[in-house]
Design a protein around this ligand. Structure first.
Ligand code: ADP
Ligand code: MG
Length: 352
């Protein structure tokens, strides 16, 4: 058995490599961006590649490469079921509606006139989002018809930059003020006003659609639940001061008593129905105290944010106290699925 890993410092691959080294698992490092990647994978059983939503090169071909590797009969992380909707809130809307998952009511329009007609008859506030983005960067509260109309005109006009430059600077400043960023971070924020990211340059402006969600008020935090195989863990993320947005705030809570078991159940249910290898779910609670999903994602940051989780639940909802590395679970699940496939194919040979 041999595992191919695309290595990138700071991504899941650091720990995948660590796992292989400490458990004597044969692995080779591959470059997913090289033209001969398929040939390089012939000698391997699986590929693991933690690609980032704002990697300008990965978004050009990651999904296509993954489908092709699946066609070779190899295992891959993330697989196509897990990642086709990654960083795509529009795709997630259809997917979650299709399985009757409790998604915050979400609305998408591909026609300016239709969007303006809808806006004329709805109540405010609503939440406007681009289909992509993280850390709340592309999420806005829309308090008035006028503002909604302005956003619609922009969506069907010049569009929105993929990278919110002013938002980025404000966020750097906010984090600096609460001791989570350095002055260099703030200066970087200033520099980004003039120099767009590679991702923004390659991806171009977002336009031709507009996406809104019902605003679910009075949530001082969101609940992020991550399911990997038969294990689940959670982080409560508190909103920024005077803001409805929690994602990216950096203010968090981990005590298991903070988490509503219904969020865990919904996350299990969706992950098993959709066959997701790894998925995070962001929940808010409506006026009836029912949990609603705002978005899902296969990727999350590595490092202290999740490493500080004091434990996890298993499928029987038993709490297991103690630190863990979720990236190890991903590797273990891939290894297990390779072994299971081999057992099946051996028993099929035996039948013949
Ligand atoms: N419809 C909504 N109603 C109330 N709060 C929301 C809604 N959608 C998002 N939020 C808040 O905004 C944050 C960012 O939204 P999210 O869709 O998760 O975007 P991102 O991809 O940037 O994390 C969430 O963490 C949540 O706190
Ligand atoms: Mg989110």
């Amino acid at each position: 058995m041999k595992i191919a890993i695309h290595a990138k410092k700071g991504s899941f691959s650091d720990r995948w490599i660590q796992y292989c080294e400490s458990n004597d698992i044969a692995y080779k490092l591959v470059d997913c961006y090289s033209s001969d990647i398929i040939e390089k994978l012939h000698s391997c059983d699986a590929l693991l590649w933690h690609w980032h939503h704002a990697d300008p090169k990965a978004i050009l071909f990651a999904r296509q490469l993954i489908c092709s590797i699946e066609a070779m009969g190899k295992k891959v992380f993330p697989d196509s079921k897990t990642c086709w909707h990654f960083d795509d809130k529009v795709g997630q809307k259809y997917l979650l509606e299709a399985i009757n998952a409790p998604l915050v009511p979400s609305y998408v329009f591909y026609d300016k006139k239709e969007a303006l007609e809808w806006v004329a008859k709805i109540e405010f506030p609503k939440v406007f989002k681009l289909r992509g983005g993280a850390g709340s960067a592309n999420v806005k509260l829309v308090n008035s018809k006028r503002y909604a109309q302005k956003l619609i005109k922009k969506a069907f006009g010049k569009g929105f930059g993929q990278f919110n430059r002013l938002g980025y600077l404000k966020e750097r400043w906010r984090k600096f003020c609460i001791g989570q960023d350095s002055i260099w971070g703030v200066l970087k924020g200033f520099a980004r006003l003039a120099v767009p990211t590679e991702f923004a340059k390659i991806a171009g402006n977002e336009k031709g659609y507009v996406y809104f969600q019902k605003f679910i008020p009075n949530n001082a935090y969101d609940t992020r639940v991550i399911v990997i195989g038969d294990k689940i863990f959670a982080v409560r993320r508190y909103c920024r001061e005077n803001d409805f947005r929690a994602s990216g705030s950096g203010i968090k809570g981990y005590d298991p008593s903070l988490f509503d078991k219904r969020c865990l159940e919904i996350a299990w249910d969706v992950s098993s129905k959709l066959g997701l290898q790894c998925c995070s779910y962001d929940f808010v609670f409506d006026e009836y105290n029912s949990p609603l999903i705002v978005e899902i994602s296969y990727g999350f940051i590595t490092g202290p944010f999740y490493d500080d989780c004091p434990g996890y639940w298993d499928r029987a909802m038993e709490w297991h106290h103690g630190k863990f590395k979720p990236q190890f679970w991903i590797m273990e699940n891939i290894l297990r699925s390779i072994v299971e496939d081999n057992v099946v194919s051996e028993s099929e040979q035996f039948k013949v």
